[in-house]
Design a binder for this molecule. Sequence first.
Ligand code: GTR
Length: 388
Amino acid sequence: LAMLLLGANAQAQNYEEAKVPAYTLPAVLQKSDGTFVRNIATWEKERRPEILMLFEDNVYGQMPEAYDSIQYTLTNEAPDAMQGKAHLKEIEIAVWRNNKPVRIPLVLFIPNKARNPVPAFLFINNRDQSNTDPTRATKSDFWPAEKVVDSGYAIAAFHVSDAAPDSKETYQEGVLQLYPEQLKAENGMRAIGAWAWAASRAMDYLQQDKEIDAGKVAVVGHSRGGKAALWAGAQDQRFALVFSNCSGNTGAALSRRKFGETVKKINDTFPHWFTDSYKQYNDNEAALPVDQHMLVALIAPRPVYVTNASEDLWADPKGTYLSLVHAQKAYALYSKDPKLSPGPPAIDSPILHSYMGYHNRKGKHDLTSYDWQNFILFANYHYQNKDR
Ligand code: GTR
């Protein structure tokens, strides 16, 4: 029995800094042929596409872009929602391919006071639908729409289940109905890829809504939604800002640290999130041709904001911050050095005035009004270069 327990224990998650293994990260600015990237052109034309493809082939899967048609239907509208503060639009985004549709409802509040077009936050909702209640009968800190509207921003949301149900049995019943060939591919799209795909379709809608400033749309996600937000921001350069809250393993945290959740753990529990090919890295992180700092680097030079919660060791706060530190080189290429210090800031000390924002909020794994407050300040800083 003791032997068995020991065996089980060897698989347990590590929460001790002293037990983090020694590791070498793949270099952001070195191409696979060994040559170094020294300028923006080589980064954009050669290394960036190479990293993107490595993430597609080994982690998140392909991002199919072809479809036959896309339609936006206004299913409900209220010009005086939120006691007159906002214009509510509920839109159904229907995307067709090979005579099959996927329908993604989008909720959107546009501040009435702000001068059009307005910048917007697009939220990937991974929790209960009631969090983004368009009637506002139910309100939640998870999606504090009134606060965002009061700050002069539009706020939109869609639910992950409309793109891919978050279940290993039924994740195919959404975007993947359009792309059945993906299901057969080792590097095929899976649930997180489908959520990121849906964020891009929401962006397609926002781009043609005259009330929205499409050059200032931020994508926001929490935890599994935060993983999808990073992948959406990496893939789709129309997103001006990326906010990834408590995204942890295969989000913003470095996989090679094996601190808290590991690649094996996430693949065993959520086999439908990532590619089949990702499973070969279970207990074998060193073999990964990427680590998550490279995902963050793909967002450069656009500002990115990443968070943790102090009690959420499962998501490895330190490994998340280090990911930003190691991604800085891509920003420096654009002379937008985030100037991060080598170690994480104190709890509740947000880094707002940098191309890479970060905070470690005191408390548990969650998305709260503290997190949103800092997202708004970070957006203010980058859009207006001033604090409010
Ligand atoms: C956990 C998972 C994390 C994170 C979290 C969440 O169970 O292990 O990677 O995604 O769920 O989405 O809240």
